[in-house]
Ligand binder design. Structure first.
Ligand SMILES: [Mg+2]
Length: 401
């Protein structure tokens, strides 16, 4: 830590211990002591680094002259492009105070003439998480407290039903003897998919089960499936079709009373605006790693609130993704459930508070509330996974997956 910060902090603590004790402000005293620096202290970004892992997770680490670091995560498709793009943003950030996070979000987004899309949004998202991590550590509080929370104490999660964790919500894909990827599936494959889900419903009568179509089912088949599966009470239908044509999704939404969910391939507030305005989904699933970070998820949740819709953040990724999503859960009112909120992460120096009765308690630590084990992370750095086109086994044509 630079000398000016050390001496200023010592001065502040000395000042607070005496007068605060006299007037009974011990709480204020402890706040100052808990925070590594004062809001009035200078702090500057000194370095931005990126790490691409062998499983394609991409991390960004931002360092400061106060010895405080922040971590974030980005998209796992186009992993190397995200990592390189974040380094370019580093040219803007280095030398600046990291704490005006929303201001930096605006500068990074609007500083580019060409905006949006998965890669640029992912770069903003990872950096946004890291900056909030730093801001929270500077002030000695979790990010959700900086953003007006907590709005809840614990976060409902879905993942693997388990009597120990109490998880009682899950998600599956629709499939028969194979995935339903042809442009129009016949009744045999539709019947197989329904029978499979009916068996799952019988096995888990009390579990909420979402069905993730993964955008791989074409609209013609999806229209048939939504009606055929209804009697078995799916929790929601996710990415019923690709999210690139919102009108098609909105048409299917009108054909079923089961709520549609989407968002893992929708970016920034403008992408979600169209979903909401057209009634294409009533459960929004923005991903904190590429929909715009913590800053943007809070905005998207606010937009959704006006439509009485909740958010259920997408999350198949790493520890920053989960921790940042928990921070969002702790500062918005309309939070439904956290995807893979029951997943434990080996890249953490200490585990998150364990899932109990189906809920993950909010982390109490400052910033994102996690510490990355950098040795473990470095062991996983390597070439990301290969590109993944999928083909129809019958005619070798390219299919969605
Ligand atoms: Mg999905």
């Amino acid at each position: 830590m630079p000398q000016n910060l050390v001496s200023r902090r010592n001065w502040l603590q000395t000042m607070m211990v005496g007068p605060a004790a006299l007037v009974g402000l011990n709480a204020a005293s402890s706040i100052v002591k808990a925070a590594p620096i004062s809001p009035k202290d200078n702090i500057k970004v000194t370095k931005l680094e990126t790490f691409v892992l062998k499983n394609s997770w991409v991390f960004v680490k931002i360092s400061t002259n106060a010895g405080i670091t922040g971590w974030g995560e980005m998209l796992k498709d186009d992993a190397k492009a995200c990592a390189a793009g974040a380094l370019e943003v580093g040219d803007y950030l280095i030398g600046k105070d990291p704490r005006p996070v929303v201001h930096h979000w605006q500068a990074i987004h609007r500083g580019a003439f060409y905006r949006g899309g998965p890669i640029k949004s992912a770069i903003s998202s990872g950096i946004d998480q890291a900056l909030w991590d730093i801001a929270g550590k500077c002030y000695g509080v979790p990010v959700y407290k900086l953003l007006g929370g907590p709005t809840r104490d614990k976060v409902f999660v879905y993942g693997t039903p388990d009597p120990i964790t109490g998880v009682r919500a899950m998600k599956v894909g629709p499939s028969g003897s194979r995935k339903l990827h042809k442009y129009l599936e016949g009744h045999k494959m539709v019947d197989e998919a329904v029978e499979k889900f009916a068996a799952l419903r019988e096995k888990y009568p009390d579990v909420d089960i979402g069905i993730d179509f993964h955008g791989a089912v074409q609209p013609t088949t999806a229209s048939v499936l939504v009606k055929a599966l209804e009697p078995y009470r799916p929790w929601f239908y996710e990415e019923i079709v690709q999210a690139l044509n919102v009108d098609v999704m909105a048409d299917i939404a009108k054909k079923t009373h089961i709520p549609l969910a989407t968002g893992e391939r929708v970016f920034l507030k403008w992408g979600f605006r169209e979903i909401l305005e057209k009634g294409a989904a009533m459960i929004l699933q923005p991903d904190v790693n590429y929909a715009g970070g913590i800053t943007e998820l809070k905005v998207i949740a606010g937009m959704a609130e006006a439509y009485y819709a909740p958010i259920a953040p997408h999350n198949p990724n790493g520890p920053c993704s989960l921790a940042a999503s928990l921070q969002v859960a702790g500062c918005v009112p309309n939070f439904l459930v956290q995807e893979r909120g029951d997943r434990e992460h080996e890249l953490l120096a200490e585990p998150l508070p364990p899932v109990k009765d189906g809920y993950r308690p909010l982390p109490k630590g400052p910033g994102l509330g996690i510490t990355i084990d950098e040795d473990k992370l470095m062991d996983e750095v390597g070439e990301p996974r290969e590109y993944q086109p999928q083909y129809d086994a019958d005619d070798d044509s390219v299919v969605d997956w």
